[in-house]
Design a protein around this ligand. Structure first.
Ligand code: NAP
Ligand code: 8YV
Length: 321
């Protein structure tokens, strides 16, 4: 374990396997060199960069068990090419992240944080908070109708919103309106919720053209990854009122947030808390542990990612990479 993880994960792994807590070493780099030859599995937080050169330092590595469903920080294609298995935590966080997305939708459209700031600053005495925009009669666009996107859609239906979506292809058995591009989706909706994976394939999928198509009454909600939205284009679109507002849980250079965003009143900003409840983080941690215990016992991984499908073994024999 290169960096600290939730205490329950640490405790379970201390019991179940020979755990190296690298961050506790006086000289983590020296400790890494000392233990690397014995390491068969890595337990990592969702934002710890695990690239090919890093994995190559562990000649016996078979498994990377990551805490989070998004694994854009891991070079899973490199791992798959060498027979390694990468696991993530899909499914157990869908409802929490979808709740966060809808919370951001409401907070941004109805301007609840700004209304609260009005009250706390003692300004209510001087006058009512201005009327807000509404969800009534609106269309919600979902960019990435996967597990979490569908949980967002389910909630949005209950709010009476019409729903449209874009992905690389239309999905069978899905009744929502399909749009063939991100621009077409932005044109078709009032509120655009971004919930695709991060990484090279989706980098800046939401660019200046998409924001222009969203238009002056449009709202952008990003709960995916900061990399999916061109942040400079977003700031420009907010400043020029090309779009109305934004609700963001993720940023390009976390935990740095551009001052230009902090300076704007018509944005709602969260510090990447989409899945951050005790309940859901415990469930994610349990999956990280269960994947490692499966590996320890020679059983198949529970949740391998697409780039490293289970092929009956945990990869090439030691030394052959
Ligand atoms: P998922 O089930 O794999 O869904 C991803 C969706 O994105 C799929 O419907 C896919 O549809 C679409 N997609 C993929 N590449 C695309 C592309 N190039 N263009 C358009 N659509 C694309 O994943 P999930 O479990 O819902 O999680 C989605 C992401 O949410 C994670 O990868 C993570 O980055 C983010 N996340 C954020 C938080 C947070 O705390 N804010 C928490 C959890 C997850 P097609 O295959 O049809 O294109
Ligand atoms: C967590 C996430 O912030 O699952 C993801 O993809 O972004 C979040 O649930 C993260 O993984 C925690 O390390």
């Amino acid at each position: 374990m290169p960096r600290p993880m939730p205490p329950k994960v640490v405790e379970a792994l201390e019991t179940g396997v020979n755990l190296v807590k690298l961050w506790e070493a006086a000289d983590p780099e020296a400790e890494l060199s000392r233990v690397a030859g014995d390491v068969g599995a890595l337990a990592v937080g969702g934002h710890v960069r695990v690239d090919g050169p890093y994995m190559e330092r562990f000649p016996r590595l078979q498994l990377v068990s990551s805490f989070g469903v998004g694994y854009d920080a891991i070079d899973a294609a490199w791992a798959g090419g060498r027979g390694l298995v990468v696991t993530n935590t899909p499914g157990v966080l869908d409802d929490e992240v979808a709740d966060t997305a809808m919370g951001l939708v409401l907070a941004t459209v109805r301007q609840f944080p700004a209304a609260e700031r009005h009250l706390r600053a003692g300004r209510w005495i001087d006058g009512a908070f201005p009327l807000s925009h509404t969800l009534r009669g609106r269309t919600l666009g979902i960019l990435g109708l996967g597990r979490i996107g569908k949980a967002v859609a389910h909630r949005a239906e209950a709010f009476g919103l019409a729903i449209a979506y874009h992905g690389r292809r239309p999905q069978e058995g899905v009744g929502y309106r399909y749009c063939s591009s991100a621009v077409a989706l932005a044109e078709a909706c009032d509120i655009l919720v971004v919930i695709t994976p991060g990484g090279a394939d989706t980098r800046h999928l939401v660019d200046a053209a998409v924001l222009k198509a969203l238009g002056p009454s449009g709202i952008l909600i990003n709960v995916a990854r900061g990399s999916v939205v061109d942040e400079a284009a977003l700031i420009a679109a907010l400043q020029s009122k090309t779009i109305l507002g934004a609700g963001l849980d993720v940023f390009s250079e976390e935990p740095e947030v551009p001052q230009a965003l902090l300076d704007l009143d018509h944005v709602v900003l969260l510090p990447h808390v989409g899945s951050a409840s005790h309940h859901t983080r415990d469930a994610m941690g349990q999956l990280v542990v269960d994947n490692i215990l499966s590996w320890r016992d020679g059983r198949p991984p529970l949740t391998p990612v697409a780039e490293t499908p289970w092929r009956g073994s945990y990869g090439a024999p030691s030394g052959s990479r």
